[in-house]
Design a protein around this ligand. Structure first.
Ligand code: B12
Length: 222
């Protein structure tokens, strides 16, 4: 049985690399039928396959169309896993309000959507502004909704400066201290987070949830 599950994980990665959304969705469903944990499946199949596809694209071994097919396959599998995860939602009182967006110029939203769901199932209220969101729109919404956290995703070295822009504008408006600013996404690391004056960075969606809990508690002096 274990062996079959491992085979399915391998197959899922292969179908993502080959860009077959239908097969990827089918395997994702099979994994769930065999009680495979959806988050583990994302971490062990979707995320590593995404990395591999990205590396191949970066090296010019595959074309943009291949990348797009692979992205569809990732999304098809993730849809199955995220739906399952959303069934695990705990009905607790809201821990805090998070305004979440992929920054201006960047349309990558697969990782952001995982972050959204995990925050949501763990009791945060998430206002998801989508992808390619101008800094001013993120700030307006955070102010309007009296958010606790602004969470910014950026996948490209060319778009991560938009994370800095959000922080710079908050400072100019003298409202930087009103919000916890968390950054993440494939192009971001701890060094960058420190350099731009973010309150925190996390490598994965699970870590992002832990970080949000920690930063909110610290801010409230708990
Ligand atoms: C899928 C993909 C696409 C899909 C996106 C589909 C979609 N709806 O998102 C498509 C095909 C559309 C695409 C387009 C492009 N892409 Co692209 N893409 C990727 C790829 C292969 C995977 C990204 C992904 O989904 N990873 C899986 C998720 C789960 O990981 P993640 O996003 O990092 O998220 C996790 C964590 O980072 C964290 N996290 C995420 N957000 C946040 C936020 C916070 C606050 C926190 C705390 C944590 C956190 O939690 C998540 C789950 O654990 C990457 C390769 C890579 N290594 O990232 C390239 C990559 C990002 N793309 C790249 C490029 C160049 C492009 C294009 C410019 C290509 C082109 N010539 O048109 C366009 C960009 C258009 C634009 N303006 O944005 C480059 C970027 C290079 C750079 N400059 O840095 C990469 C790195 C590939 C490469 N090696 O060249 N892409």
């Amino acid at each position: 049985m274990t062996c079959l599950k491992e085979d399915l994980i391998r197959e899922l990665k292969k179908e993502i690399l080959e860009g077959d959304a239908e097969k990827a969705r089918g395997i994702a469903n099979k994994l769930l039928k065999r009680d495979f944990d959806p988050l583990e499946a994302i971490n062990r199949a979707v995320t590593p396959a995404a990395k591999e596809v990205g590396e191949k694209f970066g090296k010019g071994e595959i074309f943009l169309t291949d990348l797009m097919f692979s992205a569809e396959a990732m999304q098809a599998a993730n849809q199955v896993f995220l739906e399952k995860l959303s069934e695990q939602k705990r009905e607790t009182k809201k821990i805090g309000k998070v305004v979440l967006a992929t920054v201006a110029g960047d349309i990558h939203d697969i990782g952001k959507n995982i972050v959204k769901l995990l925050l949501d199932v763990n009791g945060f209220e998430v206002i998801d502004l989508g992808a390619d969101v101008p800094s001013s729109a993120i700030i307006d919404r955070a102010l309007e909704s009296n958010a606790d956290v602004i969470a910014l995703s950026a996948l490209m070295t060319t778009t991560r400066p938009s994370q800095k822009e959000v922080i710079d504008i908050l400072r100019e408006m003298n409202v930087r201290d009103k919000f916890i600013v968390m950054v993440g996404g494939g192009s971001v690391n701890e060094e960058w987070a420190e350099e731009i004056g973010a309150d925190g960075w996390a490598e994965t969606a699970e870590e992002a949830v832990k970080l949000a809990f920690k930063l909110i508690r610290e801010k409230r002096g708990e």
